[in-house]
Design a protein around this ligand. Structure first.
Ligand code: ATP
Ligand code: ATP
Ligand code: MG
Ligand code: MG
Lengths: 256, 256
């Protein structure tokens, strides 16, 4: 039975997509069959794994709002064991369209129920908000994985994210856990980053991964080639740190 | 009559808040009476200028969804001639609440109409999405100001932002112009940044400001002190670049 992770943080630009794509690829090379779902209208995760622009009616939008099954929209990627459900621009209107629907928060959970037999892990890349798309992801997920930039504004938003997760756990998804908090774009020469890292480890000692992701320009170059970092530059610090993260994550999961 | 600017880009973490706060402060010290409106549920712009957490019922939410006037929620800041309308957590639910309202896209435009007599400029800090809050900002604005990080994902989203602006111009706000595109967190030692900057100047030659904002850690430290960069470290490269931006912006406006 697949473990479903929502990669989420309402703060923008903290490394959600970079983490979903590269942790996904790293799990795949560890022989874990992995499905990446791009739930962001921006479609960055789709780009990041080189997904082709979905033909009309073949994206996560058509699963969430229409009646298509996940299996009808899945694409293969260049990484064996990594598949992707692409986003589309229509998704930008989905939050408004979902408002009036019955059980609007559970549409994604319903779609995933019988579709994920063949996977070990499902990673959902969320948009930078706590709207109905992210609520759908948190309702469908077994746990949330929170990328966090070591910056003041990003720290400020963390409490609100955990409060929202508490609300979802009470009202919609009692099993929603926390897979962990991963510090991203870390530059330890910078005082602010050190202070924020200390602060987060103090407040959430049980959640923060030992592995941190350094700021590494190769990570920001890879998307322009439509490749995860493992295929773009496997020897880069970015690639090695996501492989380390995958190993630590699997250790927490009790598998290897 | 005030000029209203929507500081917007649906890509997360590109420097919208940092630009709204620091361009706002720089305009204020150029003797322009400036109002900053925090339209993001994250409330980062409110933090960035040291706004006190609004008492119950005293934020932009109560203007947009309730019936309060802008003048009833405005706060002064430490910078003379810079005032702020703070955000609140309630705003996270505003997009859903707006869906069923009459003329839902024009709520902010209506609220601003008779409230901005006393200002030269109004800057609206938008959330990282193209939902109803940003649509309200673009409908109320005379022009949009677009912060852009020199990264691949950020470049990818630019076309969609301009298409959305075209739709707003046709359906809701015929006078919506473009104040400009400002390149942020620029590190010209980095090849990708140079390529993206070239690409943007090629596609939007008339919009990109000459002034670019360098990556400068002092800019990310200032918010933890609740101060714009001018009050935190006026000699920093960050502060000087936003003063330059204000001068160039006012030059384009035909005033000084
Ligand atoms: N460790 C890193 N080192 C260098 N650049 C990075 C790193 N992680 C991410 N980036 C770059 O920083 C930018 C923001 O990252 P990303 O888009 O993954 O964040 P996000 O949280 O998904 O953003 P959004 O909120 O818009 O969805 C991107 O341009 C990305 O390429
Ligand atoms: N020129 C800069 N140099 C260094 N750090 C910067 C610069 N501009 C912004 N930052 C920092 O980068 C992060 C992202 O910037 P900011 O929050 O202003 O972006 P945003 O577009 O408003 O994000 P969101 O999409 O979440 O609203 C913040 O932590 C900010 O302090
Ligand atoms: Mg993303
Ligand atoms: Mg912001």
């Amino acid at each position: 039975m697949a473990r479903v992770l929502a990669v989420t943080n309402q703060k923008g630009g903290v490394g959600k997509t970079t983490t979903a794509v590269n942790l996904g690829a790293s799990l795949a090379v560890n022989q874990k069959r992995t499905l990446l779902i791009d739930l962001d209208p921006q479609g960055n995760a789709s780009t990041g794994v080189g997904a082709t622009a979905p033909a009309e009616g073949r994206s996560i939008y058509d699963v969430l709002i229409g009646d298509l099954k996940i299996t009808e929209v899945v694409q293969k990627t260049e990484v064996a064991s990594l598949e992707v459900v692409p986003s589309s621009a229509d998704l930008a209107g989905a939050e408004v369209e979902l408002v009036g629907m019955l059980a609007r928060e559970k549409r994604l959970a319903g779609a995933l129920r019988d579709a994920v037999e063949g996977y070990d892990y499902v990673l959902i890349d969320c948009p930078p908000s706590l709207g109905l798309l992210t609520v759908n992801a948190l309702t469908a997920a077994d746990a949330m994985l929170v990328p966090l930039q070591c910056e003041y504004y990003a720290l400020e938003g963390l409490a609100r994210l955990f409060r929202t997760a508490d609300l979802i756990r009470e009202a919609l998804n009692p099993q929603l856990g926390v897979a962990g908090i991963v510090l991203t774009m870390v530059d330890m020469r910078n005082n602010l980053a050190q202070q924020v890292a200390l602060e987060v480890r103090k407040h959430f000692p049980q959640y923060v991964f030992e592995t941190t992701i350094p700021r590494n320009v190769r990570l920001s170059e890879a998307p322009s080639h439509g490749k995860p970092i493992l295929l773009y530059d496997v020897h880069s610090r970015g690639a090695l740190s996501y492989l380390d993260l995958a190993r630590e994550f699997l250790g927490r999961e009790g598998t290897s």
